[in-house]
Design a protein around this ligand. Sequence first.
Ligand SMILES: Cc1cc2nc3c(=O)[nH]c(=O)nc-3n(C[C@H](O)[C@H](O)[C@H](O)COP(=O)(O)OP(=O)(O)OC[C@H]3O[C@@H](n4cnc5c(N)ncnc54)[C@H](O)[C@@H]3O)c2cc1C
Length: 311
Amino acid sequence: MNMDIRSNYSHSHNYLLMERLLLRLVKKWTAGDKMEDALMAAKASNMKGQKAIINYLGEDHTEVERISGNTKEYSILLERIYSDKIDGCISVKPSQLGLSVSYDLCLKNLITLNKRARDFGGFTWIDMESSKYTDDILMIYLELLRYSHNVGVVLQSVLRRTASDLLHLLEVGGKVRLVKGAYHENDHIAFTSSEEVNANYIKLLGMLFSSNYVNDNKIGDDTVEFAIATHDSKLIEHTIRLWRNSKIGKKNFEFEFLKGIRDELKRYLVEKGYRVADYIPYGDDWLPYSFRRLKERKRNLFLLARSLVQS
Ligand SMILES: Cc1cc2nc3c(=O)[nH]c(=O)nc-3n(C[C@H](O)[C@H](O)[C@H](O)COP(=O)(O)OP(=O)(O)OC[C@H]3O[C@@H](n4cnc5c(N)ncnc54)[C@H](O)[C@@H]3O)c2cc1C
């Protein structure tokens, strides 16, 4: 083999290897390519006493046909969740429903889905994306809340603005899923150290557990009012301590996890009687989602690098 051929061979070999390893990780984090795969994964979660939150992978779409296809996919998914008697809901990314094209297109699609969810007694979570979309996503959410309350939105503790967003949402009866945040943000608007992001998470948890609707006992026994979505044991333990000292019912909040991560902890929380939900993505557009998961966990990057070196 001459040098060029050898180097090409080794590049393509490394590429194939990386692809194979990435696919192995992707299989852990996602249900598969098809809706059926997601429905099967959802049923498996239900069997373990966990609710399913199903997401059709895709983001930053600008082709109108694709956006309309995504909306249809979710619409069918809502019907299937209902007809298959799955304890679950959908979680959507606004930029797959038109936000990268226009605010109005996304709002229109979300209103359609929200009505559909209402018809089937379902619920829609709106994922939060990078900070360029935060204002629009929150505005869209406030508009949807005027129609019905079967919709929730994600807030990220990495952003400095989040305490004031949360205050506003709590005042209008919004439902919030609290996460740390998966996008790289500028330090003008975001906390950069994990200590600050965690400290802000703790502050936001305090706000959720002491908000007025909780103290006024305005909520039903079985209604989930907010979700704590982190794999961080310290934050989960802190949540449980806050809950013990609050007036909120055990079923009025839920712990949410990503598919394939911390399965033992999920089981433990279910055994202890907490509500637990598994976020189950599916579809073939898995690359951006998988890169975010890889970046979060150095061990996954290490595995990928080690396999390449060993090859
Ligand atoms: C249900 C759900 C929905 C989400 N929706 C959004 C969204 O809409 N928008 C958004 O920006 N982000 C979203 N995220 C992602 C979130 O913002 C974080 O990027 C992601 O959850 C990682 O942060 P973490 O809270 O788990 O803490 P990290 O700081 O990543 O991890 C904290 C600790 O958790 C443990 N841990 C983490 N991963 C693993 C693992 N694979 N195996 C074992 N232990 C582990 C480790 O002990 C680690 O030290 C969502 C997350 C969840 C769970």
